[in-house]
Design a protein around this ligand. Structure first.
Ligand code: GTP
Ligand code: MG
Length: 575
């Protein structure tokens, strides 16, 4: 029942275009430190389950992750000349085997991602590749799947037709987005259009897995059985083109492969160095791999080892992809948060649309920032949207406690004493039939947080209800898994006040705007901003000049009328 309801709703909301990129994302093994054998068994069960589902035509996240990683290992990244002739290039490479897919993009020069049908083709291609002849001695002779192609033929390459089309890897600038949205007929369409413009593309998703795979080749010099997996917005369904690439170095392939101790007779085990703590192990591994990335990693620049952070990491820019990368290890709780966010984004397509819209709105007004500070983070903002959706009547998404209650034995996960268990089989999730439109939800989101009792209450997606605040921080959002922590501890009162004021302002503007494009906006090449486009503009211009003079009341009056309308609405609900 529940699954057919979900499927029918997904169709209604145009699932195909919105989740295109997410069909390729990954999920993460349910493991906790010191329980690797149990975890390996759980993973085997999970694999069986996912194989079963695949037979039914439904691909599990686990299966998709495996597929993406495998695809990345059959791929190479090649720096090309902008005049590289596509046909000639493909013909040249296909001497090593069939090419399954390829695409070009630009990032500090032109690059091609080429996926071969077989891994042997990659080995054959690497066998043929030469060490650069120029300044040979000053090169670190580290071979990788990042290559360059040159054309030494006698024909002047300037006269050759290139023909390749570059796939964009960065998001639409905000001004272009505003123009695009202004041409849409309804606010609902504006919201889906924004999501389509911002979400990760199929190619960008491939490139993210490929960069992880290239990094894995470096780390494999020390830990041949390691894997490097993307997490955070690269795979949770809420990633915008241009978002950072969060990576997790997973060594469970080594530690999890534990051989059973025999009851009698000889027994061999590895001698290993002991460190003071698990954190010290993480720090030393990241330190060495960070050094290796810095000294040998082709295309990796600006490497910083941030080992004393709560979650130690190595930060660097991967120039060929243009990604800002954060490499962590032993960060399983973040992996679980990623998996949870993914699940919420999958159960109802309105979730993803609303998160994208709120994230974009927040960025446009400087509520979030790429620089760390007292700002609300995208992660906190996403949790706030999820909480709001749990508070709808009827709720659009279930609480985390409910997802935990639906979990099966293979879903059990305890990480560092924190219960991170929740259901992985979406078909077990019963949804209520809430039919609110995206426009209603966006408007209600702003109203909800414009009047939220931040001074007393905490946002809690585990319970799906406001809880009394356990601490004095201006904004308290309970960490879903490490429940004693506040994910928005960094946010100061000024930033929270700005957020609330912008919610009030945006709610008011949306209330004034009709649901559909105003009649006098139709027909022009560059229609004036309306609806969602208006609230993405800086607020001092948000009212649009002509309207500003005629219709705007003082802020205090607007807030008064907003509160008045909320009161009326609540009364209507109670009646
Ligand atoms: P953007 O990078 O801003 O697009 O979003 P993101 O979701 O990737 O956020 P970020 O890179 O800051 O963090 C990566 C992931 O780490 C998040 O998706 C979460 O899973 C996790 N994370 C980030 N901040 C916190 C936090 O404060 N607490 C917890 N528990 N997890 C966090
Ligand atoms: Mg991120």
């Amino acid at each position: 029942m529940a699954s057919s309801f979900v499927v029918c709703r997904l169709r209604m909301w145009g699932r195909g275009s919105l989740v295109r990129c997410l069909q390729k994302v990954d999920t993460f093994p349910r493991r906790s430190i010191g329980t690797n054998v149990v975890a390996a068994q759980a993973e085997a069960t999970r694999k069986d389950e996912s194989d079963e589902k695949e037979k039914d035509g439904q691909k599990s996240l686990y299966a998709v992750q495996t597929e993406r990683q495998e695809q990345a290992e059959r791929s190479v990244l090649i720096s090309c000349h902008s005049r590289t002739n596509e046909n000639k290039f493909l013909k040249y490479l296909s001497r090593h085997g069939d090419i399954k897919t390829h695409f070009f993009y630009e990032s500090y020069g032109m690059y091609a991602v080429v996926e071969f049908a077989n891994r042997e083709s990659v080995a054959s291609l690497l066998e043929e590749a030469a060490i650069p002849s120029v300044s040979h001695e000053s090169m670190v002779p580290f071979k990788s799947r990042l290559l360059s192609v040159s054309d030494l033929s006698s024909v002047d390459s300037a006269n050759q037709k290139s023909g390749q089309k570059c796939r964009p890897q960065t998001s639409t600038p905000i001004n272009e987005l505003i123009q695009r949205l202004s041409r849409e007929e309804s606010i609902d369409r504006q919201i889906t259009s924004l999501t389509e413009a911002y979400q990760l593309t199929e190619e960008n998703s491939r490139l993210r897995f490929l960069v992880c795979s290239l990094l894995k080749d470096i780390a494999a010099a020390y830990f041949p059985e390691c894997t490097i997996k993307p997490f955070g917005s690269s795979v949770n369904g809420f990633g915008k083109l241009g978002c950072d690439l969060d990576m997790f170095l997973d060594l469970d392939g080594i530690t999890g492969r534990n051989v059973k101790m025999p009851k009698s007779g000889l027994f061999l085990e590895y001698q290993m160095k002991r460190a003071n703590s698990e954190r010290a192990v993480t720090q030393s591994i990241l330190s060495v791999i960070g050094e290796c990335v810095d000294q040998f990693g082709p295309g990796c620049v600006g490497v910083q080892k941030i080992l004393n952070a709560r979650c130690p990491l190595v930060r660097f820019a991967h120039q060929p992809s243009g990604f800002q990368c954060d490499l962590t290890a032993n960060n399983r709780v973040a992996m679980k948060s990623t998996e949870l966010l993914y699940l919420y984004g999958e159960v109802d397509p309105r979730v993803r649309c609303l998160v994208f819209t709120v994230r974009c709105w927040a960025r446009a007004h400087g509520i979030t920032s790429s620089i760390p500070g007292a700002w609300i983070t995208n992660f906190s903002l996403t949790v706030m949207v999820l909480f709001f959706l749990q508070r709808r009547s009827p709720p659009i998404i279930p609480t985390l406690d409910h997802l935990r209650d639906l979990a099966g034995p293979a879903d059990k996960s305890v990480i560092e004493g924190n219960d991170c268990t929740f259901v992985s089989d979406f078909s077990k999730i019963q949804l209520h039939s809430n039919t609110e439109t995206l426009e209603q939800l966006l408007c209600e989101f702003f109203e909800f947080y414009a009047t939220f009792a931040f001074s007393r209450m905490s946002v809690n997606i585990r319970k799906g209800k406001e809880q009394n605040k356990p601490e004095v921080a201006p904004l308290h959002i309970q960490n879903p898994f490490e429940t004693s922590l506040n994910v928005s501890k960094n946010v100061n009162a000024t930033q929270l006040d700005r957020f609330v004021a912008l919610c009030q302002e945006s709610a008011w503007i949306l209330q004034q705007s009709g649901t559909n494009m105003p009649r006098d906006h139709r027909g022009g090449d560059t229609p004036a901003p309306w609806g969602l486009a208006t609230i993405l503009l800086p607020l001092q211009v948000a009212g649009v000049k002509s309207r500003k003079k005629k219709r705007r009341e003082p802020a205090s009056e607007r807030i008064k009328s907003l509160l008045e309308s909320l009161k009326n609405k609540n009364q209507q609900k109670m009646n």
